[in-house]
Design a binder for this molecule. Structure first.
Ligand code: MRU
Length: 355
């Protein structure tokens, strides 16, 4: 019997009894106003959920896609169908490399002719691995958080975005568990408000003190020294340490440098892309204009721009390595010269270095 529980994903499976396989996701597009669990029966339902950000966050979309594919295999999908489904899942969102890594591992399993239960086993391993990667990131990063720190974060990088306790938010959570007195400033994170809708929801549940701000207040807070450090997550780290994260991250890094403030990025090794030599090579997802000019969702249909206004809506931006103070990874805490000297690469599992 397999029973996996994350903050935003649940999976149960009884071998040889596919009727009892169930993959549920917490519909993140409705949070915090409604906690709705969706039963996803097919890979195409999972692709839809990933594209519409009902399930989101770099590590979680990879794990969710893998479980969906494993479920499809145990329900009797053919070899050809599984390959097609893996390719379609892999292409559901372009920036977070965890999705590609998880799909590549699943495809290697399919190609090697393993049984459906064994293929599902790879997905379960990816889930469990993410839980332990989050725990290690949290341990490593909490060392950098001091008693009394006021920390600014962006987007949502907690339990909702991973199978475990999160990346940047996992670090914050760990520091809080260690008894450090901290206060979190949460960027609302336009356009889809992952900070305002999701991070506040998590912090409130965890009982960690926080204050919500709009994105354009961050520089003002830094100038007033209301925050001492910034910590964010990542969707893809290039071989030179440049990284992509939710749009607005780059601006925070520039402001942090001006204000001489530490700027940390936290992520698992599964977010490293050694084939990508620098941030210019990271594909940036472009999303619908309606996310910027108006929204249909839990608030109903709201439009705030002149009808048919031209819109530019990149979902991510790239922060150059030179603006990063430390990379908090599961395998250690690194500085820029660790990338240059090959120390980050050496700390990776062997399988990652074959690229
Ligand atoms: O578009 P989203 O909500 O999936 O974007 C998520 C982010 O940018 C997170 O900061 C990133 O995935 C790190 S999560 C652990």
């Amino acid at each position: 019997m397999i029973n996996l529980n994350a903050l935003a994903l649940r999976f149960t499976h009884i071998p040889e009894n596919t009727a009892n396989t169930a993959l549920w996701i917490l519909n993140q597009s409705l949070l915090p106003l409604k906690e709705e669990w969706l039963l996803l029966r097919t890979v195409s339902e999972m692709i839809g959920a990933i594209k519409t950000l009902k399930v989101r966050g770099a590590p979680l979309i990879g794990v969710a896609a893998a479980l969906s594919l494993g479920q499809s295999a145990t329900k009797g999908a053919s070899h050809v169908q599984l390959i097609d489904e893996a390719r379609a899942l892999r292409a559901a969102r372009p920036t977070a490399v965890n999705l590609m890594l998880c799909m590549d591992r699943m495809m290697a399993g399919i190609a090697s002719g393993i049984t459906p239960e064994e293929l599902l086993g790879i997905a379960v391993h990816l889930f469990n691995e993410d839980v332990s990667l989050c725990a290690r990131i949290a341990e490593n990063g909490a060392e950098l958080i001091g008693n009394g720190d006021h920390i600014l974060t962006h987007c949502n990088t907690g339990g909702l975005a991973t199978a475990g306790s999160g990346t940047a938010l996992g670090v914050i959570r760990k520091a809080n568990e260690q008894g450090k007195t901290i206060h979190v400033y949460v960027d609302e994170t336009r356009p889809l408000l992952q900070g305002a809708r999701l991070t506040t929801w998590e912090l409130k549940k965890l009982g960690i003190p926080y204050t919500l701000i709009t994105d354009n207040m961050a520089a003002h807070l830094m100038r007033l020294r209301k925050v001492q450090k910034i910590i964010v997550g990542c969707d893809r780290i290039a071989a030179n340490g440049d990284f992509a994260n939710k749009i607005g991250t780059y601006g925070l890094a520039v402001m942090a440098r001006y204000h001489r403030m530490p700027f940390y990025v936290a992520g698992p090794y599964t977010t490293m892309d050694w084939a990508c030599i620098n941030g210019d090579r990271i594909p940036i997802e472009q999303r619908n204009a309606s996310e910027v000019s108006g929204l249909e969702g839990v608030f109903g249909r709201v439009e705030w721009a002149a009808p048919d206004s031209p819109v530019y809506n990149p979902a991510f931006d790239v922060t150059p390595a030179e603006l990063v103070s430390r990379w908090i990874l599961d395998c250690g805490v690194f500085a820029g010269n660790d990338f240059q000297a090959g120390r980050v690469r050496q700390s990776m599992p062997q399988s990652m270095l074959q690229t």
